[in-house]
Write a protein that binds this ligand. Structure first.
Ligand SMILES: Nc1ncnc2c1ncn2[C@@H]1O[C@H](COP(=O)(O)OP(=O)(O)OP(=O)(O)O)[C@@H](O)[C@H]1O
Ligand SMILES: [Mg+2]
Length: 513
C-alpha cells in the first residue's frame, strides 16, 4: 500500500496564446478507492483519469488502489484539453513509489493513448516560451510537437513517442538525447510562387509593390482570368522575410489552432490565407468555447486574401472592420479573455460587374446598370474606406503573355520593398509603428509632409472628388510610401497624383478601360 505518499510533477498549460505553469500534485491516502481530480479541469481533463488508468495497467505498472486526490495548481486557471495525461500518469507512478521523484525543473505535456503511446498536443511553442519564463530547463513533449519547441537555446526539449521510453529515461535505464536546437537564421525561406510568372500587367505589379512597401490594403478589380488571384498569391514573396519575433507569433497562432504539420519548426514564410466566400463570421475572426484563432489571425504578419469580395456575407465583412483597425481580436469567455493578434495586409479581388466583363476591351458586358450597382453595393463603404489602393487589372495583352520573358523576379522587387521599409523604419520607430499604413491620424501631419504644390493638388482633388476624411488620410499615407520608394524626403505632386489614381471606387467612376 502507498498510503500517505505525495508527488509533484510540473506541466505547462495554454489558454489562447498564454502559456502558464501547472503543477500536478498527487496525494495517495488511506480510504476507500477513489480518484478525485480538482483544480478547475474541463471535461477533457477529467477523462484523463480513464486514459491514465488504462495506460498504467497496459504498461505493466500497478494502479494504486487507495484514495487518490489529484490537484492541478494554480486552482484559479481553467485547465483544458488532454495535455495533462502524461504528468498525471507520472505523478501517480511517482507518488506510489514506482518511479523516482521528478525534478522541479522538468515539465511534461502529452496526451496518452490507451496503449502507452503519446499523442500530439497544441500550443507547444507557447508552452516552451512560458517554460523558459518560469525557469524550467527541460521540456518533454510529444514527438510531433518537439521540433516546434526546440527553438530556444535555453531549453532542452525531448521528443517522446511512448511512455516506456520516457520511463526508461527517468529511471536512467536508457537516456534520451534532447532535440538539436535550431537557430532561426538557418530556417529562413521564401514563398515558392514567383512574380516573374506574371507577364505584362505593369500597373497591377506597381500597385502590388506599393502595397508591400507601405503595408497597405489592396483591392484588385478586373475581368475573369486577368490574373488577380495570381498577383495576390505572390504578395507574401515580395514582403520582407519574417523576423524571429514575428515568426514566433505566427507559429504560436498556427500551433494553438492545431494547424502545424507534425514535426514542423518555426514558420518562416509569411502566411497567405484565402478563406472561401462562404466562410462564417466565427471562422473568419475566431471563437469557440475554447477560443481558437480565426482566418484573420492565421494571416497575422502575412496576407488575408478575400477573393470574389462581393460574394462574402455582409456580416462577415462588417466584422472585419474593427480588427483591421486594431490589429487584434478579443474574444470574451467565462474562463477569461482571449486576445489574438491579426496584423495583416488585406488583399481583395472582385469583378467589375456580375458577368465580369464591364469595360472589357473586346467582350461586351451583359449586366444592367442597376445590377452593377447592386453588386458593388454589397461591399460597404466603411470597408472600402479601409482599402488604400483600388486597382483595375486589365486583361493581359497577347504580346506580353506570349513573350518569352516574364516580369521582374520576386527577389528583385523584394529588395526594393525592404529598402522602402528601412526608410519608414527610421522615420516611424519613435512612434512605435513599422510601416506607413499604420500611421495614426494624430501623426499624419508631422510624418506625411507635402510640398506646397502637392498640398494644393490634394486640396483640389478633395473638393472635386468629394473624398471622405478617411480617404484623405489613406491617400496621404499611400503618397508617403510612393515618395519613400522614390527616396524623396517630402511628398511631391507626382506622388499625390499617383496615390489619387488608386481611389477609383471613391470617385465612383464607371469603368472605361
Ligand atoms: N499576366 C499574366 N501572366 C501570365 N499568366 C497569366 C496572367 N494573367 C493570367 N494568367 C493565367 O491565367 C490564369 C488565371 O488567372 P487568375 O486566376 O489569377 O485570374 P483571376 O483574375 O483571379 O480570375 P477570376 O476573376 O476568374 O478569379 C492564371 O493561372 C495564369 O495561368
Ligand atoms: Mg481569381
Amino acid at each position: 500500500m502507498y498510503w500517505g505518499m505525495f508527488a509533484k510533477v510540473e506541466s505547462m498549460g495554454v489558454y489562447a496564446l498564454k502559456g502558464f505553469r501547472v503543477t500536478v500534485e498527487v496525494d495517495i491516502s488511506r480510504g476507500l478507492p477513489q480518484f478525485e481530480l480538482v483544480g478547475l479541469p474541463d471535461s477533457a481533463v477529467k477523462e484523463s483519469r480513464d486514459r491514465v488508468r488504462s495506460a498504467i495497467k497496459n504498461l505493466g505498472f500497478e494502479f494504486p488502489v487507495s484514495r487518490i486526490t489529484l490537484n492541478l495548481a494554480p486552482a484559479d486557471l481553467r485547465k483544458t484539453g488532454p495535455v495533462y495525461d502524461l504528468p498525471i500518469l507520472l505523478g501517480l507512478l511517482s507518488a506510489s513509489g514506482q518511479i523516482p521523484p521528478l525534478s522541479e525543473s522538468a515539465a511534461f505535456a502529452g496526451e496518452l493513448s490507451l496503449d502507452g503511446s503519446i499523442r500530439p498536443v497544441q500550443g507547444a511553442l507557447t508552452m516552451a516560451l512560458a517554460a523558459r519564463e518560469c525557469g524550467i530547463s527541460e521540456l518533454f513533449l510529444p514527438a510531433e510537437n518537439a521540433a516546434e519547441a526546440a527553438v530556444l537555446p535555453e531549453l532542452r526539449v525531448y521528443a517522446l513517442k511512448t511512455v516506456s521510453e520516457l520511463l526508461q529515461h527517468l529511471t536512467n535505464a536508457h537516456l534520451l538525447s534532447p532535440m538539436e536546437y535550431t537557430p532561426f537564421e538557418s530556417l529562413i525561406s521564401h514563398c515558392g510562387l514567383d512574380l516573374s510568372d506574371v507577364h505584362g500587367q505593369p500597373e497591377a505589379r506597381r500597385a502590388l509593390e506599393i502595397a508591400a512597401s507601405g503595408g497597405h490594403n489592396l483591392l484588385f478589380i478586373g475581368a475573369p482570368g486577368s490574373g488577380k488571384s495570381m498577383l495576390a498569391k505572390r504578395l507574401p514573396g515580395i514582403l520582407p522575410p519574417l523576423t524571429q519575433a514575428e515568426s514566433m507569433e505566427t507559429t504560436q497562432i498556427y500551433s494553438v489552432a492545431g494547424k502545424l504539420d507534425a514535426g514542423s519548426r518555426l514558420l518562416t514564410v509569411r502566411p497567405f490565407r484565402s478563406p472561401h466566400h462562404t466562410v462564417s463570421s466565427t471562422a473568419l475572426t475566431g471563437g469557440g468555447a475554447i477560443p481558437r484563432p480565426g482566418e484573420v489571425s492565421l494571416a497575422h504578419n502575412g496576407v488575408l486574401f478575400l477573393d470574389e469580395l462581393p460574394e462574402f456575407q455582409r456580416s462577415a465583412l462588417e466584422i472585419l472592420r474593427q480588427p483591421l483597425e486594431d490589429g487584434k481580436i478579443v474574444i470574451s469567455r467565462a474562463a477569461g479573455q482571449a486576445t489574438f493578434p491579426c496584423n495583416m495586409m488585406l488583399v481583395a479581388a472582385m469583378n467589375p460587374c456580375p458577368c465580369g466583363y464591364l469595360g472589357h476591351p473586346t467582350r461586351s458586358c451583359s449586366c444592367t446598370p442597376s445590377a452593377v450597382d447592386r453588386y458593388r453595393s454589397r461591399i460597404s463603404g466603411p470597408l472600402l474606406d479601409r482599402i488604400d489602393l483600388h486597382v483595375n487589372v486589365e486583361p493581359v495583352d497577347y504580346e506580353s503573355l506570349s513573350s518569352m520573358h516574364g516580369g521582374e523576379s520576386s527577389e528583385t522587387v523584394r529588395k526594393r520593398v525592404i529598402a522602402a521599409r528601412q526608410i519608414q523604419h527610421k522615420r516611424l520607430a519613435s512612434a512605435g509603428i513599422s510601416c506607413n499604413a499604420d500611421i495614426p491620424d494624430s501623426h499624419l501631419r508631422s510624418l506625411c509632409q507635402t510640398t506646397p504644390s502637392a498640398t494644393r493638388m490634394l486640396a483640389t482633388a478633395f473638393d472635386r472628388l468629394g473624398l471622405s476624411a478617411r480617404a484623405y488620410s489613406r491617400i496621404l499615407k499611400v503618397a508617403r510610401t510612393i515618395a519613400d520608394m522614390a527616396q524623396s524626403e517630402k511628398i511631391e505632386e507626382p506622388h499625390i497624383g499617383e496615390a489619387l489614381q488608386y481611389r477609383t471606387l471613391d470617385r465612383n467612376v464607371t469603368y472605361h478601360f
